[in-house]
Design a protein around this ligand. Structure first.
Ligand SMILES: [Zn+2]
Length: 278
């Protein structure tokens, strides 16, 4: 099964997202190719990915404490035991991807895996830049496209410590440093870790070369039918990231928002939307 198969949703698909988001809302989707697989789970504020390998699972992003039961149910549905999970990885430290990461890692008794830039921030206080001004305003239009999810009480109470410009991002779970750019993802043969700054200084993508799967966080997204993200904190770094990703073999983009998509003419040809569009 190399095309994403849609699964029954974990929760009702938000009506607004169905009406307003051109490619449709994020969906629970499973892709399997031989021993390798990825499960996309439509989380509260972002898509969560479970990287599936024999006897091991990695969780990528978890935006809300409300996502924890979805992930446990998904593991059970796949016939996977929770002790197969090796780590919870954050593609970047933005609240909608990270507010559930620490509680999830603690509940599974696994480390939080962070890239070099995120780790320098968490351990040494090295600042991270956020998209600002007009570029940040562009995100507003994407909120109704996701069904206008509001913060849960838990996210208000504990989530604000993670993923905002003012947050210290102090994880209580142990931290696992990820290797540098271009190295294999530990424990997951075939996956390569890519440092892809631009949307965020600490942005990571995960590429599976054989199958052409690319987990992108917010470096690419799918609110409008598959597009480069106009929200950037470093336009120059983002251009370099674009050029680099354009050279990869990519069959399925697994973005942090919206459903998976196949770039019809390669990543190079994906549109960069004008500023007034989200
Ligand atoms: Zn982001």
């Amino acid at each position: 099964l190399t095309q994403p198969a849609h699964l029954p949703p974990n929760r009702p698909t938000p009506l607004l997202a169905r009406l307003l988001c051109p490619p449709g809302p994020a969906r629970d989707q499973l892709i399997v190719d031989g021993d390798d697989g990825v499960l996309a789970l439509a989380g509260r504020y972002c898509v969560i990915y479970l990287i599936l390998a024999p006897n091991r699972v990695a969780v990528v992003d978890c935006g809300s404490t409300a996502d924890l039961p979805l992930i446990r149910r998904a593991l059970a549905r796949l016939g996977r035991h929770t002790n197969e999970v090796r780590f919870v990885l954050a593609t970047h430290l933005h609240f909608d991807h990270v507010m559930g990461v620490d509680p999830l890692a603690r509940s599974l008794n696994v480390p939080v895996a962070l890239g070099t830039t995120a780790l320098a921030h968490v351990r040494d206080g090295h600042p991270l830049r956020f998209p600002s001004g007009l570029t940040a305003l562009r995100s507003l239009a994407t909120w109704p496209m996701q069904g206008m999810p509001v913060f849960t009480a838990d996210d208000w109470r504990k989530g604000l410590d993670f993923g905002f410009p003012w947050s210290h991002n102090r994880f209580a779970a142990p931290l696992q440093p990820l290797p540098r750019d271009g190295a294999p993802l530990p424990d997951f043969a075939g996956w390569t870790l890519l440092e892809t700054p631009g949307h965020a200084d600490d942005a990571l993508c995960l590429h599976h070369r054989r199958t052409g799967w690319l987990i992108t966080g917010d470096t690419l997204r799918n609110f409008l039918g598959g597009e480069w993200n106009p929200m950037v904190c470093d336009p120059v770094a983002y251009q370099r990231t674009r050029a680099r990703l354009g050279t990869l073999h990519v069959r399925h983009v697994l973005p942090g928002h919206g459903p998976a998509f196949t770039p019809p003419n390669g990543l190079d040809a994906l549109p960069q939307r004008p500023w007034w569009q989200p």
